[in-house]
Ligand binder design. Structure first.
Ligand code: GLU
Length: 550
């Protein structure tokens, strides 16, 4: 009995060889230096910011080099319904216009290196596993869960390294005829890789982010095929896929670094050249005085849904991630405002190798800046798109009179130093509701009076102003002068310098008077340009609001 007999007993139906697959998936026809990258998420039903950040790196690496970026769904491990989870992955990438060059979605296949779902590649994996068995580098293991638990306990009690290796790997020495007999008897088994490594020996390897690493050799006979569904484990599947799909750069989270020796030993066992690895640092955040990993359980911003729900412009999220991917991105972007983010030449070496600090305040700043530079038409369209999905009532209101809404959005916009007040689209209603009579009527009003807060003084200012001074046809200078005249008439200081020197000598200043007018009309003490606001609201609406001040 030989290894070949064992391989045939396990995979009697596998007739193809590795060479057959090599012929089916030949070297890609790409220009010199082109990088082939992949985003390879497991369909968990959750799109983590950390995964998306890796996808951006994949995308940029591929685009930078006239290469290719593909999407592979790693669904060998999932017991749940995959369809919705895959939709989520696809839609998240799509939302940011990160479109894979190759993928499989809704039955539509783009690219000829598929299938792009691991669950559809079983026969390929079996062919590769069969080969390893034939050359004596893989074997069936019949150990039960109880036996493995017992082994772990034994190792833990003696403070030995845990795992199935060396003398603990008892199934590696079972005679072949016994192995075949057990299989024919229908005994359950997994397939394990037969390691030739020595944990006490170190080897050197390059990671493009971390630099040269010195790691212990793998000596574990790890599982490469599970018993239940005969699907491969991640360790095994990614080797075969990245080999056949000709991936040049594997970008993945640094949590995989510890299993790198396993992967490299597998590549070696097949005689394949390993791809280059880019192990990305964890995304971290400040939490009080400490810095910790951004976690799905604790942080809503760990989910990509957070950014879409809140209505961040996609460019803002990408820019925030790009600046942590390479800190010189910001400077490059300022110098090349018209270039696309993926034209930036990403350098893995320049990544922080400890932790990548993601800061929501920074994102808000980036986003405010981006929204402020949009034209009124752009911001309107984006707002409406967002509202149609997340706030239908507001979508209807802003669609009633589109020009009116655009005029509101245009206050202090489309100018050299635009106002930077909106960080995301869901925040806009909070900031402009008072411009819409139907929202104003429904709102529970709470007036933010400032220094002048005596109701008689307030009424006096508001009534005198609107009866004797305000005219909707005034230009801005006239308007401003009238507020000054009013202030003078009512005994408020109009000389701000004098006022600041001796504020107690006056009952208030022209600034306080204009605050009264602002609050009377909007309820808020901070708003965009009051002149513009007054001009946009109808006389009826102004009168209604003046009469509310009682
Ligand atoms: N399926 C793995 C994960 O979701 C991917 C790791 C890789 O990119 O190789 O973590």
């Amino acid at each position: 009995m030989t290894n070949k007999d064992l391989a045939n007993a396990i995979f009697p139906d596998i007739t193809k060889t590795i060479a057959d697959y090599e012929n089916m998936y030949p070297e890609r026809n790409l220009p010199e230096g082109a990088k082939v990258t992949r985003f390879a998420p497991s369909p968990t039903g959750y799109m983590h910011l950390g995964g998306f950040y890796q996808a951006i790196i994949d995308y940029v690496l591929a685009k930078n080099s006239n290469g290719l970026f593909y999407l592979r769904i790693e669904d060998t491990d999932t017991k749940r319904e995959v369809k919705e989870a895959v939709d989520l992955i696809y839609e998240s990438l799509n939302h940011y216009n990160i479109i894979p060059d190759e993928s499989e979605y809704n039955g539509e296949i783009k690219g000829s290196y598929g299938p792009y779902f691991q669950s559809e590649r079983k026969e390929i994996y079996h062919t590769f596993i069969k080969y390893l068995i034939e050359i004596g580098r893989a074997y069936p293991c019949f150990c039960t869960k109880e036996e493995l638990d017992e082994l772990r306990k034994h190792q833990e009690e003696r403070k030995f390294r845990t795992g199935y290796y060396g003398r603990y790997a008892k199934c590696r020495v079972l005679p072949i005829d016994e192995q075949i007999k057990k299989i024919q008897n229908g005994e359950e088994y997994v397939i394990r890789f037969k390691s030739e490594g020595n944990f006490d020996l170190k080897f050197k390897t390059e990671d493009l982010v971390k630099g040269t690493l010195e790691l212990s050799q793998n000596d574990e006979d790890f599982v490469i095929m599970k018993s239940s569904d005969k699907l491969p484990t991640y360790h095994f599947a990614h080797i075969v896929d990245d080999y056949l799909m000709h991936t040049t750069h594997v970008v993945r989270g640094e949590e995989w670094l510890s299993s790198l020796p396993k992967h490299l030993e597998l590549f070696k066992a097949f005689g394949f050249k390993a791809p280059k690895y880019v192990h990305t640092p964890l995304l971290v955040k400040k939490d009080g005085n400490s810095v910790r990993k951004i976690s799905k359980r604790k942080d809503p911003e760990a989910s990509m849904a957070y950014y879409k729900d809140k209505g961040y412009p996609t460019e803002a999220v990408i820019e925030a991630l790009m600046t942590i991917i390479n800190s010189n991105y910001e400077e490059w972007h300022t110098q090349n405002p018209d270039k696309k983010f993926y034209e930036f030449v990403y350098s893995p070496k320049k990544m922080s190798s400890s932790g990548a600090f993601f800061d929501l305040d920074k994102l808000d700043n980036i986003s405010r800046n981006i929204i402020s530079k949009m034209t009124k038409d752009e911001v309107y369209d984006n707002l409406l798109n967002w509202a149609n999905e997340y706030n239908k009532e507001f979508a209807d209101i802003i669609s009633e009179d589109i020009d009116y809404t655009k005029s509101i959005l245009n206050i202090e916009r489309e100018q050299k130093k635009p106002r930077k007040d909106y960080a995301y689209y869901s925040d806009i209603e909070n900031q402009i509701w008072y411009m819409f009579p139907e929202l104003f009527d429904k709102h529970e009003l709470s007036y933010e009076w400032g220094k002048i807060n005596d109701l008689n003084d307030i009424k006096n200012i508001v009534n005198t102003y609107f009866n004797d001074y305000y005219s909707s046809s005034d230009d801005k200078d006239t308007w401003f002068n009238k507020v000054k005249e009013l202030s003078e008439k009512l005994g408020y200081c109009t000389d701000m310098k004098a006022y600041k020197e001796n504020p107690d000598n006056y009952k208030g200043s022209v600034a306080d008077v204009s605050t009264v007018i602002r609050v009377a009309i909007t309820t808020k003490s901070m708003t965009p340009d009051l002149y513009e606001i007054l001009k946009l609201l109808s006389t009826n609406e102004l009168n209604k609001r003046i009469n509310l001040i009682k």
